[in-house]
Design a protein around this ligand. Structure first.
Ligand SMILES: NC(=O)c1ccc[n+]([C@@H]2O[C@H](COP(=O)([O-])OP(=O)(O)OC[C@H]3O[C@@H](n4cnc5c(N)ncnc54)[C@H](O)[C@@H]3O)[C@@H](O)[C@H]2O)c1
Ligand SMILES: C[C@@H](O)[C@H](N)C(=O)O
Length: 295
């Protein structure tokens, strides 16, 4: 999407992992380790980078399984990126998450500004990112922008070790074996969003004139559903889908501490955010996009 808008050569993707062939074919892809400041600086200088979108992180479940590594990547890595953005006058986007809230936050809906006491290292690192970015904006004028994403649902990427992963895996299972074993209770409601809306929100927010932004960190919302509700919607296309429930205590405890709905009225008012995918559109699109892989 970005490459169509800005030109193939003007968007450089990076990771420490080899990308799938279609990513290499789509335009520049380079190695970049967020823990290696010199490597990041070289990339920014050599490519005359102006905007930096910082997605590297360990998600909620893998973070709890390896707290030391999550602290390193999510906090030390973030500090490298913040320092570089300040030094090189970059516009910086860092995603936050529904996981930046905790059991003492209002859950239905969670507003932009409220108590944030998450119980995961992932959530703690994201609150840290929100606060550091905002601090550097107020103190030094860093153009820091942050959106709190719901669980993101995409046909093109495999789940990355999060609590909302079931909502991606269920589509693969529905089309392959016809059976999904869900690690959350059937009635666990969480905010979710189609990747198309997530990309569009990010680009629109990055373009929003500074004078329109009353906040530097905004919630964005699209829909909220439970495993039972998404299963019912999938069964309208694939009536044979069987879902069994075997709640995992780590993931269920995390999910129960997160908002069930997001209040994104500030994003709507300040920079015109509006989602386009509801549950029905999301399910049709995910099944269509994955259909060829399994047929
Ligand atoms: N997927 C979601 O539902 C969701 C929801 C809210 C926020 N987010 C945020 O979006 C971002 C991307 O999430 P995702 O789902 O794509 O996660 P992911 O786990 O799929 O991808 C994270 C990437 O970070 C890379 N990485 C790890 N260590 C690194 C290092 N040292 N240097 C550079 N890269 C490194 C990994 O190789 C991986 O490709 C994260 O910051 C996450 O917090 C995601
Ligand atoms: C919600 C989000 O940040 C991520 N998908 C996770 O579950 O950890």
């Amino acid at each position: 999407m970005c490459r169509k808008q800005y030109g193939t050569e003007n968007v450089i993707l990076s990771d420490i992992k080899k990308a799938p062939p279609e990513v290499y074919r789509s335009g520049p892809f380079v190695y970049a380790d967020v823990l290696d400041y010199k490597n990041l600086r070289e990339l920014v200088v050599n490519n005359r980078i102006t905007w930096l979108v910082h997605y590297s992180a360990l998600l909620s479940v893998v973070g709890e399984a390896n707290v030391a590594l999550a602290r390193k990547i999510n906090i030390t890595g973030l500090h490298n990126v913040l320092d570089l953005a300040l030094e090189s006058c970059l516009r910086l986007f860092v995603p936050s998450t529904i996981g930046a809230f905790g059991p003492s936050s209002p859950r239905d809906p969670a507003p932009d500004l409220c108590v944030q006491r998450p119980h995961t290292i992932y959530g703690v690192s994201k609150v840290h990112a929100e606060l550091m970015g905002e601090y550097l904006h107020h103190k030094y004028g860093l153009d820091f922008r942050c959106l709190r994403y719901p669980g993101i649902i995409s046909a093109n990427t495999q789940p990355g070790g999060g609590t909302t992963d079931y909502a991606v895996q269920i589509f693969h299972d529905a089309l392959s074996t016809g059976h999904h074993e869900c690690y959350l209770r059937a009635d666990t409601r969480l905010p979710m969003m189609h990747i198309g809306d997530c990309h569009r929100a990010t680009v629109e927010f990055m373009h929003a004139p500074e004078c329109q932004l009353s906040l530097r960190t905004y919630n964005i919302a699209a829909m909220s559903f439970t495993p039972e509700e998404v299963s019912t919607e999938i069964r309208k296309h694939l009536p044979h889908l069987k879902v069994t429930y075997n709640p995992d205590s780590v993931r269920q405890t995390i999910a129960d501490s997160w908002p069930v709905r997001f209040d994104d009225s500030n994003a709507q008012r300040d920079w015109g955010w509006k989602s386009t995918y509801g549950l029905e559109e999301l399910v049709s699109d995910m099944l269509q996009a994955n259909y060829l892989t399994y047929s």
